[in-house]
Design a protein around this ligand. Structure first.
Ligand SMILES: Cc1cc2nc3c(=O)[nH]c(=O)nc-3n(C[C@H](O)[C@H](O)[C@H](O)COP(=O)(O)O)c2cc1C
Length: 316
């Protein structure tokens, strides 16, 4: 079953979180994951509060299990979104791109669990001091915004550095990944790329097919010049980004090219000039299947892997 402390803290059956992905993680996906025993998370991205409220209310109708909202701290609507999440009493918030410190007191007072994504030990330590409930240590393998450290190097170092539960993310899409994360001392995993290919994910079929077609070297990190690097599938947009980088353009021009590109890929299916955020694990994602199967197959495989590893350590 792999019952860990994170299952108790979040009130979930399996220690599996579905990444709160801008545009891709709508109420449909979050509810399906929560109904299957994981933690579904709605991605607020750069969307305004009204959009997020609609998704939260839809999810409430589709599941009676806990679910969360991922708040992008760089969003122009961040305060608006935080107000909505507070008013709707969503029990769990994950945050991307920064330090949610200034929101903690308000949410603590109503028992909301706050779980920031971190890509380095220093931020994990700082977050623990500020009183967050857990951290998601996300390696550079992951789709979307990334740091520099790999999951394999980052997770054990964060586990050693803090006393709160750590959730591993980046490059995990099956039972082997789950067992590795638990072996590193993580209390659970967050998976993103594979959940884009869940049947319930409302992302455009072109986006899903692009992930299924992708091999191990299909992604590239763009946007280092802006200070907010992003991992996407290599396509015509990625090439344009590369050209801007080669030309040593400033962050402003670079950012201008990125505006609206994720929505174009996820909602409109523009996989040539859209930002097809996906992780290095895309090569392992081979089919579209229900969220329940993604979770149950992961748990089943994790049990098999555990048995196989145990067999290796038997005495002669
Ligand atoms: C399409 C896409 C959009 C994402 N958007 C966000 C986001 O808005 N906020 C966030 O914290 N993480 C975001 N992520 C990261 C995921 O939540 C998750 O941590 C990551 O995908 C895990 O690594 P994996 O892709 O290797 O499974 C996104 C990932 C993808 C693939």
């Amino acid at each position: 079953m792999f019952k860990t402390s994170i299952c108790d803290i979040l009130g979930i059956k399996y220690p599996i979180l579905q990444g709160g992905m801008a545009w891709a993680a709508t109420a449909e996906l979050a509810a399906a994951v929560s109904n299957a025993g994981g933690l579904g998370i709605i991605g607020a991205g750069n969307a305004p509060g009204d959009y997020v409220r609609t998704e939260i209310r839809k999810a409430k109708k589709m599941t009676d299990k806990p679910f969360g909202v991922n708040v992008m701290l760089l969003s122009p609507f961040v305060n608006d979104v935080m107000d909505v999440v507070y008013e709707e009493r969503v029990p769990i918030i994950t945050t991307g791109a920064g330090n949610p410190g200034k929101y903690l007191e308000r949410f603590k007072s109503i028992g909301t669990k706050i779980i920031p994504v971190v890509s380095a030990v220093a931020l994990a330590r700082k977050m623990e001091k500020e009183g967050v409930d857990a951290v998601i240590a996300e390696g550079t393998e992951s789709g979307g915004h990334v740091g520099e450290l790999t999951t394999m190097a980052l997770v054990p170092q964060v586990v050693d550095a803090v006393n709160i539960p750590v959730i591993a993310a980046g490059g995990i899409a099956d039972g082997r990944g789950l067992i590795s994360a638990l072996a590193f001392g993580a209390q659970g995993v967050q998976m993103g790329t594979i959940f884009v290919c869940a049947a319930e994910c409302t992302a455009h079929t072109n986006f899903k097919k692009a992930i299924i077609k992708a091999g191990d070297r299909a992604t590239i990190v763009t946007g280092r010049v802006t200070g907010h690097p992003v991992r996407i599938l290599k396509n015509k947009l990625a090439r344009k980004f590369e050209k801007l980088e080669e030309a040593n353009c400033g962050a402003e021009e670079y950012e201008k090219l990125g505006v609206g590109r994720l929505r174009a890929a996820v909602v409109d299916g523009d996989i040539d000039y859209g930002s097809v955020m996906a992780g290095q694990i895309s090569g392992l994602v081979k089919e579209i299947k229900p969220a329940k199967d993604i979770i149950e197959d992961t748990i089943k495989e994790a049990n098999e892997v555990l048995k196989a590893v145990r067999a290796l350590s038997r005495e002669e």
